[in-house]
Ligand binder design. Structure first.
Ligand code: 4MI
Length: 404
């Protein structure tokens, strides 16, 4: 870091590519380097400033006035480039436009509204775990549990029809890649953009949704005048974009954590009420959503560095969640810690609105497993699936030891 006469700090520069496949598959070394380089690092390859320390990431997340989302939370700057789809009314909007959709969806996904799902989801988890265990002790926990469970319960809760649900994960994979730069991962999906978008958009129509799901409630809010009828399908689209891959890879993170920390699994088995905290700790430890961008609405000074108006800022949520200045033994997955304050769900006005849904999925699945399984161990190297934004998985081969 160089300090100029005016007290303006020239940040360290790096030509590293945070979206290179090797980095996406193993991001921790880069996170450490960026945190240690300084509170702000200039990434020359993308002409953006990066924040990797908890203090600065947290401060940017809560300062929506100076760090806006409306120009997109990916690398593409909507002020200059056309978004690949109409911007999200929640994720890619700022107050006041952001507020009505947010209020409507918050109500629909709030804990009291989820109570009616608990019994059904609990039963679904018990049944799935019984069936998986009946197939023998060796399994791919990614495919058989982490991926299967959200797909089993979430689309029904939204009110989707039975056809084409296998488009959900590919659509999400594409959408989360699209927050990154136009690299090979984005290009690999390009041939499916039109087809997958058409399917998702069709599911957002009122006629496509059952009468008792989250989707129908969004449309009912439009009837009440809380939203316009033009906004309703876009809010449904947010559920379909944000609600599947995130939970699949969040549950994978939790299962991976327990497969590699048997003493923590023991602790969960003794105190199953720790399931929710365990999920939050897994979200902190793995950060399923690794990065998001903001755009400076004015020349913003961060730790002495001036980030120019209109430019993008890359926030490393995963790096902040393991910042040793904020967390004791940050690399340890530990149910004894209080993970609250982690930025894996973001922070501030955009903080994950679906987090109660995700926690409920995790709670019922982990407690069903904890009752029946004494130990989970890896039988082979788990495989990651590279994605520009998500810390995602391709396989998690394990052996489970059924409880006596
Ligand atoms: C944090 S993940 C995410 C949130 C919202 C949307 C997509 C992804 C959206 O489309 O609103």
């Amino acid at each position: 870091m160089t300090e100029t006469l005016e007290g303006t700090v020239v940040p360290p520069a790096s030509d590293v590519d945070p979206f290179a496949v090797e980095v996406l598959l193993d991001p921790e070394p880069l996170h450490r380097d960026l945190r240690e380089a300084g509170p702000v690092v200039y990434l020359s390859r993308y002409d953006v400033h990066a924040l990797a320390r908890y203090e600065q990431v947290h401060a940017a997340l809560v300062d929506w006035q100076r760090f806006e989302s409306g120009a997109g939370v990916g690398w593409t700057n909507f002020r200059h480039e056309k978004p690949w789809r109409p911007p999200s009314l929640l994720l890619e909007a700022d107050p006041p436009r952001h507020d009505a959709p947010r209020r409507v969806l918050r109500e629909i996904l709030a804990p009291p509204a989820l109570r009616r799902l608990r019994e059904t989801w609990h039963a679904a988890a018990e049944e799935m775990v019984d069936r998986v265990l009946a197939d023998g002790p060796e399994l791919d926990a990614f495919t058989a549990l982490a991926k299967a469970f959200p797909l089993r319960v979430f689309p029904d809760a939204v009110g989707l029809g039975p056809d084409g649900r296998d488009n959900l994960l590919p659509y999400g994979n594409m959408a989360f890649n699209a927050f990154g730069p136009l690299n090979d991962l984005v290009k690999a999906d390009a041939h499916r953009v039109a087809e997958l978008s058409a399917w998702v958009n069709a599911q957002c129509r009122r006629e496509a949704l059952s009468e008792d799901g989250f989707g129908a409630r969004i449309w009912a809010a439009a009837d009440r005048g809380d939203l316009t009828h033009e906004q309703a399908p876009l809010v449904v689209r947010s559920l379909l974009t944000a609600g599947v891959d995130t939970t699949v890879h969040g549950l994978s993170a939790a299962l991976y954590a327990f497969a590699t920390h048997p003493e923590q699994w023991q602790r969960l088995r003794e105190r199953p009420e720790l399931a929710r905290v365990a999920f939050d700790e897994a979200v902190r430890w793995q950060s399923p959503v690794q990065t998001f961008f903001r755009t400076a609405t004015t020349d913003v000074r961060v730790a002495g560095t001036v980030i120019p108006e209109g430019t993008k800022i890359l926030m490393f949520l995963g790096a902040a969640n393991r910042d040793p200045d904020r967390w004791t033994d940050p690399d340890q997955f530990d149910l004894a810690r209080d993970p609250s304050g982690h930025v894996g769900f973001g922070m501030g006005i955009h903080q994950c609105i679906g987090q109660h849904v995700a926690r409920l999925e995790a709670e019922v699945l982990l407690t069903a497993l904890a009752r029946r399984v004494e130990r989970i161990e890896l039988t082979d190297t788990p495989h990651r699936h590279p994605n520009n934004t998500l810390r995602s998985w391709a396989s998690l081969p394990v052996r489970v030891h059924p409880a006596a």
